[in-house]
Every structure is written in structure tokens, then in C-alpha cells.
Ligand binder design. Structure first.
Ligand SMILES: Cc1cc2nc3c(=O)[nH]c(=O)nc-3n(C[C@H](O)[C@H](O)[C@H](O)COP(=O)(O)OP(=O)(O)OC[C@H]3O[C@@H](n4cnc5c(N)ncnc54)[C@H](O)[C@@H]3O)c2cc1C
Length: 388
């Protein structure tokens, strides 16, 4: 019997392992051969200074001292582009990380046992046992643990078993491209119904002409007959405001993935199971950014479990602490997503609204703050939508 099973070693799992006491018998479990690889992510993380305004309820920001060896590029601004080509530039300091190396080294450095190429098939809450498959030998077996950390991402088997996998999900497709000719200190974000139905498209420069180029969409916003593959191809080859940077670029990697774009779950501790990261829909849903909150939530889960085994804490404390530190930012982000949906019904309408949305408003939105203007205008949106 293990003390703790960390089911899924992505960002949340790696940061849980990092904090869990060496005195505990721990098993990290992941289906991948190389942790974090392939990279199913834009790899963009705000700098520690930016985190202070993005997650204002934390006391300690040292978790965001990301060592230089994991940083492939530093950017200092966002360029946000609407369908008529109008753009707003916002100063914002971000790191583009090598997320696979970051996850892998944080997890391995924890010193805990990690079973790779091991698929989670299910969870039996009565026996506190995980049903696993060794993908090398194709053999199924069970692993028992006193505490289970469900950090198995947006498609969480464990959230499904518990019946809480009900959050809204966005689909994403991303290329890694070489020979990209954009400004390397700028992250480009594009919105519009043809270029990113229900989401946004991005060019995130990793340095030396390499960039993550992708699109995140919501299926219900997709026109009949269209597909995410066509959307990304249009973005890369046809859309004038993005293709100008990608004309001579080559695709060197491709991924498809999903992310929650919802509020966090109402409950994240079920007896001795704790949900952490995407599995609990812990995300800044208006931009589908989950790295920072997953790092913090993983660390909190690790601390609470250590306290539990020392007899100093109940596992429910996890629920209270992560809500105190992360909930208000995630809920502001969710509110922004809701407001955005109200004003972006058509490209024409979005562009009209955009005449009133300036640099300061976009700076607020990107930092998960609701612009005063938008908050005041909210009751008038139904009337304005008729005019616009
Ligand atoms: C295309 C895309 C781009 C994104 N870009 C950004 C970005 O730039 N910045 C940002 O902050 N956020 C971004 N996100 C969101 C971010 O990647 C996630 O919020 C974050 O990775 C959540 O971490 P996690 O540990 O909860 O899940 P994950 O990192 O997904 O980790 C889950 C782990 O569980 C494992 N696993 C899952 N199922 C099983 C199973 N059945 N058996 C065994 N192992 C399993 C997986 O292999 C994986 O290692 C992006 C998401 C997508 C899809």
C-alpha cells in the first residue's frame, strides 16, 4: 500500500511530487514515456512580477522563480488582433518555457518513484485502488494508495469516475513552426469567428525563428462542415494578419489537445481523492491558461498531504486553501469569458465594440481584471447588440 498515488504527472502532478515529503511512499503515474512530451501547450507563463498582479492572493511567489535553463524566450508585449486587422498592443512580461523539460526535471528531482508508460484505466473508491496498465508489457494491475491525487488533466479518468467531469472543454491544434518571421518579443493573439470560433489563435515565439502556432476553439461555435484542421490551415496560410509571418515557415511538430474553459469544480476533495489542475477545471478560462494555477494547486495539495500524514491537517484543508489563493482570479477570468461571449457574436459586432476597447482595457483583460468600462456597460449589452 502506497501513502500517495499522483495520477498524472503534468504540471500539477510534478508540483505535487515536488512538495510531497520524502518520508512518504509515493508513486507518480503517467502514460507518457517522456514526461511532458509531446508538448500539448503554448508554453507561455507570466513572469514572477506579473504573477503578483495576476494572482494577488498569494503570499509567496517564489514558486515562479523559473530557472533560466527552462526559458526558451522572454516576451514583453501582446498584440491582440481583431478581424478587421485592428490591433491593440499591451505591455506584459512573459516567459516561453520548455515545458516538457520543466515537468520532467521537476518531477524527477522530487526523488519519488515515477511509473511511466502506465495508463490509468479507472479508480475504485471503495478499495482506494487504481486500475493501471503497464503499456510496455500490456499487463493490467491494481495499485492501492491511502491518498489519491487526480492530476490527470482535462480528460481526467478519475473526474469521470467520480461523476464530476462536466466542465466545458475547448479543442486545440498547434504546430511547432521553424522560420517564423514575427517579432520575437511579441505574443500574437487573434480573435474572430473564422479564425478561432469561440476561442483564439496564437503565435508564441520560442526564439530563433521557432514558434508555437495554434488555435483553440469551442465545437459549438464551429460552422457546420468546418473543422479545427481547416481553421488552423486558414490561420497559417490565408489569414493576412498571421500568414504574413508564416509564409516561409515549416511545420516541425503537430499536436491536438483539449483544455477546460469553465469555472473550477465546486468540490475537489472526495474522501481521500484530491483533484488538482485541469482535472478540477482550475484554469483562467478566458485564455485557457492553466500552468500557474496548476503549479500553485499542486504545491498546496502536497503541503496538505504532508500535514495529513503528520496528523496536523485534514485533506479538506486543500479545498479551503486553494480557494483562498486562486478562486477569485479564476472567477474573474470566467466572468470575462462570459462577457466576451456576449459581445463577440459576429465579427462585425466584435469590431464595433473594439472601437471602445483600448489598451488599458486589454491590459486589464489579459491580467484577468474586468475593465470598469465593460462592467458598467454590461446591463446595456443586449440593447447595444441590437444596434451593433
Ligand atoms: C494547446 C494548448 C495550449 C495551452 N497553452 C497554455 C499556455 O501557453 N499557458 C498556460 O498557462 N496554459 C496553457 N494551456 C493549458 C495548460 O496546458 C494546462 O492548464 C496545464 O497543463 C494543466 O496541467 P495539468 O497537470 O492539470 O494537466 P496536464 O499538463 O495535461 O497533465 C496531465 C498528465 O496526466 C497524464 N494522463 C492523462 N490521462 C492519463 C491516463 N489515463 N493514464 C496515465 N496518465 C494520464 C498525461 O500524460 C499528462 O502528463 C494550454 C492548453 C492547450 C491544450
Amino acid at each position: 500500500m502506497y501513502d500517495v498515488a499522483v495520477a498524472g504527472v503534468g504540471i500539477a502532478g510534478a508540483f505535487t511530487l515536488r512538495t510531497l515529503s520524502k518520508k512518504l511512499r509515493v508513486a507518480g503515474i503517467d502514460k507518457r514515456e517522456k514526461l511532458g512530451y509531446p508538448v500539448e501547450c503554448g508554453e507561455l507563463v507570466p513572469t514572477k512580477e506579473e504573477m503578483k498582479s495576476l494572482l494577488p492572493d498569494l503570499e509567496d511567489y517564489s514558486i515562479f522563480d523559473i530557472p533560466e535553463k527552462y526559458v526558451s524566450n522572454k516576451t514583453s508585449r501582446f498584440e491582440f488582433v481583431v478581424p478587421n486587422g485592428k490591433s491593440v498592443e499591451v505591455e506584459f512580461d512573459m516567459l516561453v518555457i520548455n515545458r516538457d523539460r520543466f515537468i520532467s526535471e521537476v518531477a524527477e528531482k522530487s526523488g519519488h518513484e515515477i511509473r511511466k508508460r502506465t495508463k490509468i484505466l479507472g479508480y475504485d473508491p471503495e478499495n482506494h485502488s487504481l486500475k493501471l496498465r503497464d503499456l510496455n508489457r500490456m499487463e493490467d494491475y491494481s495499485l492501492k494508495a491511502k491518498v489519491l491525487v487526480a492530476s490527470d488533466g482535462a480528460n481526467s479518468r478519475i473526474a469521470k469516475t467520480l461523476g464530476v467531469w462536466k466542465y466545458e472543454i475547448a479543442s486545440a491544434k498547434q504546430y511547432v513552426m521553424e522560420g517564423v518571421e514575427c517579432e520575437e518579443d511579441t505574443v500574437y493573439m487573434y480573435v474572430g469567428s473564422k479564425i478561432a470560433p469561440g476561442g483564439y489563435a496564437w503565435i508564441i515565439p520560442k526564439g530563433k525563428g521557432v514558434a508555437n502556432v495554434g488555435v483553440g476553439i469551442r465545437q459549438s461555435f464551429l460552422t457546420k462542415g468546418d473543422s479545427i484542421h481547416r481553421v488552423l490551415d486558414r490561420f497559417v496560410k490565408e489569414y493576412p494578419y498571421s500568414s504574413k509571418y508564416l509564409k516561409r515557415a515549416k511545420v516541425t511538430g503537430k499536436i491536438g489537445a483539449v483544455a477546460p474553459v469553465d469555472k473550477p469544480l465546486d468540490r475537489t476533495v472526495f474522501d481521500r481523492v484530491m483533484l488538482v489542475g485541469d482535472s478540477a477545471s482550475m484554469i483562467l478560462s478566458h485564455v485557457a491558461a492553466g500552468i500557474p494555477v496548476s503549479m500553485v494547486a499542486g504545491d498546496i495539495a502536497g503541503r496538505v498531504i504532508n500535514g495529513y500524514f503528520n496528523g496536523e491537517m485534514e485533506l479538506e484543508e486543500y479545498e479551503r486553501i486553494w480557494r483562498e489563493k486562486l478562486f477569485s482570479t479564476m472567477m474573474r477570468s470566467y466572468r470575462i469569458k462570459q462577457l466576451w461571449d456576449k459581445i463577440s457574436g459576429t465579427d462585425e459586432r466584435l469590431c464595433r465594440y473594439f472601437r471602445f476597447i483600448g489598451k488599458k482595457d486589454m491590459a486589464d483583460i489579459l491580467r484577468s481584471r474586468i475593465p470598469v468600462k465593460l462592467r458598467l456597460a454590461e446591463p446595456l449589452i443586449p440593447v447595444m447588440n441590437k444596434i451593433f
